[in-house]
Write a protein that binds this ligand. Structure first.
Ligand SMILES: N[C@@H](CCC(=O)N[C@@H](CS)C(=O)NCC(=O)O)C(=O)O
Length: 195
């Protein structure tokens, strides 16, 4: 059975939609409306007890947390499509390291800056963006020579900086170039076309 994604547009579910579109697999979309509060209903809480989107059902698994869902999709569907490193390879370990780093560190510093608007938070963000700039010094994508779902995860967190916190990327030219290449992908265009 095709994976079923519960989502609404322009939310934490967007990185999952982007990953699904890159994979090109059939999936069912269940669009919720925040105002309907269905995401707080017992029916939905049985899928995601946190009462938040995204959530996914896939072959009996009930999944939540957008980053975890992308990692699951990479494992299950990405390897044969060249979008996720094979199990046991050094690249697989690096995929987990960079994707989880983005979900924890980048996400933390963006929202800390948004909350505090303080120089310390800006310094924390700058320090982490410089780490990514260094990573991209000798490779075109975050892991390996080609685009993978690691780029989906890292770019989706990086993208919160300009869009949510008004933090520009222009001080890190390699990040800006890589981010532009990620966002130029047709799969991304399909995702953001939905209003
Ligand atoms: N860390 C979670 C965040 C999920 C989240 O906060 N989702 C928001 C939409 S972006 C939500 O469902 N909010 C509804 C609510 O809290 O009532 C993830 O990445 O999946």
């Amino acid at each position: 059975m095709a994976p079923k994604l519960y989502y609404w547009p322009r939310s934490s579910a967007t990185r999952v939609q982007w990953a699904l579109e890159e994979l090109g697999i059939a999936y069912d979309k269940v669009r919720l409306e925040r105002e309907s509060q269905f995401h707080r209903s017992p029916e939905f809480l049985a899928i995601n007890p946190n009462g938040k989107i995204p959530a996914m059902e896939d072959d009996g698994a009930k999944l939540f947390e957008s980053l975890a869902i992308v990692l699951h999709l990479g494992d299950k569907y990405g390897v044969e499509r060249g979008l996720w490193p094979a199990p046991g390879t050094p690249a697989r370990g690096e995929a987990f390291a960079w994707a989880i780093w983005a979900g924890i560190q980048l996400n933390y510093w963006i929202f800390e800056y948004l909350r505090a608007q303080a120089p310390e938070a800006k310094a924390g963000w700058d320090q982490h963006l410089a780490i990514l700039e260094g990573r991209l010094a000798d490779r075109p994508y975050v892991v390996g020579d080609a685009f993978t779902l690691v780029d989906v995860t890292v770019a989706s967190y990086v993208g919160l900086a300009p869009s949510v916190a008004k933090l520009p990327l222009d001080g890190t030219p390699r990040v800006a170039d890589w981010y532009g290449r990620c966002r130029a992908r047709p799969a991304w265009a399909r995702v953001i076309a939905e209003k």
